[in-house]
Structure formats: C-alpha cells, structure tokens
Design a protein around this ligand. Structure first.
Ligand SMILES: [Zn+2]
Ligand SMILES: [Zn+2]
Length: 109
C-alpha cells in the first residue's frame, strides 16, 4: 500500500529546517505575511528593511508547522523573532539556536 505523505514525514523525521523548506510551509507563510501586510507585528519594520519570519506563538505537539490555525502565527522581523526565542545576534545564531530551542521543547511530529 502506498504511504500517505504525512506517514512518510513521520517516518523520515526531518529536522525543523527541512520542514520549513517545504511548499506547504511557503504557502502558509505567505498567507500570514499577507494578513500582517508584510510588517513585523512588534516593531512595524517592513520586508524592505528587515527579513521577516513567521513565528508560531505556541507549539502544539503533533502538528506540522503549516497545520496550525493562522491565529497561532504572527509576522516578526529577524530581530524581534530572535528576541522572542531569547537568541542573540539573529544573523549568526538564528537557525541553529531555533533548532536547539525546538529540540528543548521536546516536540515530536
Ligand atoms: Zn520587529
Ligand atoms: Zn519563532
């Protein structure tokens, strides 16, 4: 029997970075950016001056990044996002720090 796509994801256990490189996430991300008018919800910086991220305000065990309701997602610039996760120097440590942060939350998908 052919495996469903989500069974495949669960079996291969991709890391969080890989999940954010999917088509599904890019669609969800764009939806949230558009809702927030391509502006950081905290400081108001736009995508022309700072890189924008879409942040999960809460992590729910068992949900893939794009399976959340949009009310759990907000647009943040890289600096506010790093701040939100307690990371210094977003340019260097962001990806690595975030992966570790996610790991520390003990999320399993
Ligand atoms: Zn900001
Ligand atoms: Zn975040």
């Amino acid at each position: 029997m052919k495996k469903r796509w989500y069974e495949e994801i669960k079996e291969h256990q991709p890391n969080y970075d890989e999940l954010l490189n999917t088509y599904d996430w890019s669609i969800m991300r764009f939806k949230v950016l558009r809702r927030d008018k391509f502006k950081c919800s905290k400081c108001g910086h736009t995508n022309s001056s700072r890189f924008l991220h879409v942040h999960h305000t809460e992590y729910i065990k068992g949900l893939l990044p794009w399976e959340y309701d949009t009310e759990f997602l907000i647009t943040l610039c890289d600096e506010c996002h790093a701040d939100e996760h307690g990371l210094e120097n977003p340019q260097i440590s962001f990806r690595k720090g975030l992966s570790e942060y996610i790991k520390s939350l003990n999320i399993q998908i």
